[in-house]
Design a protein around this ligand. Sequence first.
Ligand SMILES: Cc1cc2nc3c(=O)[nH]c(=O)nc-3n(C[C@H](O)[C@H](O)[C@H](O)COP(=O)(O)OP(=O)(O)OC[C@H]3O[C@@H](n4cnc5c(N)ncnc54)[C@H](O)[C@@H]3O)c2cc1C
Length: 454
Amino acid sequence: MDFDVIIIGAGPGGIFSAYELTRRKPELRVAVFEAGHPLHKRRCPIDGVKVKSCIGCKSCSIMSGFGGAGAFSDGKYNITNDFGGTLYEYLGKQRALELMRYVDEINLRYGGEGTHLYSTAGTKFKKLCIQNGLHLLDASVRHLGTDINYVVLENLYAELKDQVTFFFDTPVRAVEVIEGGYRVNCDAGSHTCAKCVISVGRSGSKWMEQVCRELDIKTRSNRVDLGVRVELPAEVFSHLTDELYESKIVYRTEKYGDLVRTFCMNPKGAVVNENTNGIVTVNGHSYEDPAKHTENTNFALLVSKHFSEPFKDSNGYGESIARLSNMLGGGVIVQRFGDLVSGHRSTEKRIRESFTTPTLNATPGDLSLVLPKRILDGIIEMIYALDKIAPGTANDDTLLYGVEVKFYNMEVSVNDHLETRYDGLYVIGDGSGITHSLSHASASGIFVAREITE
Ligand SMILES: Cc1cc2nc3c(=O)[nH]c(=O)nc-3n(C[C@H](O)[C@H](O)[C@H](O)COP(=O)(O)OP(=O)(O)OC[C@H]3O[C@@H](n4cnc5c(N)ncnc54)[C@H](O)[C@@H]3O)c2cc1C
């Protein structure tokens, strides 16, 4: 075999897996294959001046490369079983939390020391939320920020580069089962290994589906989250964000009984484009460095859509809606809340005159032409509910960007060791459909490395 272990994907799942393997058994020959660029070559061309919106790079630097989708993320490591994945269903709640704390220790050791750990424990906002029909989920969140997250990744790479063979700009095309291990096929050749860890994240979802089809590994898929990114003056949410940084709040709509939730809150942050398989959606991030703060806070409001038989293509449904917004707006659409509720499309002029200045250059438009009524109704209801705990949320000038889609990879059938029906073939991180966050993806990497070395 060329290597003892091959890891496919250098996102948090792959990186922490490589880290733990080399810590526990330095003699192992480990290789990491990554479709994207090394960290220092990752650069999204959107500069807001020459390039204002997504130009569809062959390898999206936001989603791919060393650090994975997490590299330019806000670096919020949520230590909780309440959201971010269902790793606990495989390892148990206690073990999952222990692994997330271990990841936190590594992040601190590699550059994250001095960053803040926020917690919902004992907060007065829990009561305030309940009194207004809202539910605050429990979590501790380490906020590294986009800048420190980058430093941690730089330091981890410096540590790993002499112990692990990295292949960048090398997408793996296929994985074959061979006697005693696996053959990993790339454009420039093949490599063999005894054990293989697949950690290809959301950008690798289509490829993961192909691998499962080819190797006859069962999958399950029935969920997509759809919604908008809300942007408003930071003062509106500052009482919550100062204490909790990020609050995961859930609301049950009166009209349909659907659950709407806040997601990925970025105090004083910026709204950004996200390109998944050529479809431009919206996301957000913020920096730890006060010099890079904006005047706005942004967060997503998402409605989970679960489908029942016979429909199976939940991601296809989400993609079609995102495509619709791309068709109408040439990318992401932005609309003032006041325009949405009064049935008007937003125009350049109305956005220019708005008291909230957008941090993303998006096309003014009408989200009601894009999002299904049921989802939009839920979002509007929740904005009014949030207005009770954070007055100003339902202001006419609050900006809504659409669409935000959380694609869930189909869940790959693995056992409690995160191993497929093939001995030594593991699927971890967001690519497994089991995790949807930095902390859970990283924890799954540590877990599998321990499984392999033990
Ligand atoms: C803008 C943004 C902000 C975010 N903010 C947060 C946050 O604050 N907190 C949080 O918890 N989560 C956040 N997330 C989500 C988080 O980044 C992911 O949950 C996490 O990165 C998943 O880690 P992973 O290793 O499973 O996958 P990824 O990070 O997606 O990494 C997978 C890697 O595999 C590579 N790959 C794919 N296919 C192949 C192939 N065939 N061959 C070789 N390589 C391949 C990809 O290029 C990629 O680099 C954010 C995501 C985005 C896009």
